[in-house]
Design a protein. Structure first.
Length: 112
């Protein structure tokens, strides 16, 4: 579960992170980086074994600057994975609501 989020900082199980992360049910991938900073493409998600998940939540930043490319949207639809794209504050809330009920992974941009 995510304890808190504010611009540039997310806290998960009392551990704070100040760079973008991918959150799995059992671990945090804290070295996540995108090829084109504010555009999320499918290549940026190679760390995620999507066959293990029912939903994917994307936090697009405090102001929602990061965009999700159509290749990501198409992949999720083709593979019947629920996709939620929201500003990070809302995405964090959604993740915490969904995580106890289904297998969900989240990718969170912490700034912009």
């Amino acid at each position: 579960m995510i304890d808190s989020y504010s611009f540039g900082r997310i806290t998960i199980d009392s551990q704070s992170y100040t760079s973008d992360i991918i959150l799995f049910p059992n671990r945090v991938f804290s070295s996540w980086w995108r090829k084109d900073g504010h555009n999320l493409c499918l290549d940026d998600l190679e760390e995620i074994p999507f066959e293990d998940y029912d939903a994917f939540i994307v936090g697009t930043g405090f102001f929602g600057v990061m965009k999700v490319n159509k290749d990501v949207q198409a992949f999720m639809k083709e593979n019947r994975i629920q996709l939620f794209v929201e500003k990070t504050k809302v995405a964090v809330r959604k993740y915490n609501e969904m995580a106890p009920q289904i297998k969900v992974v989240g990718a969170f941009h912490l700034t912009c």
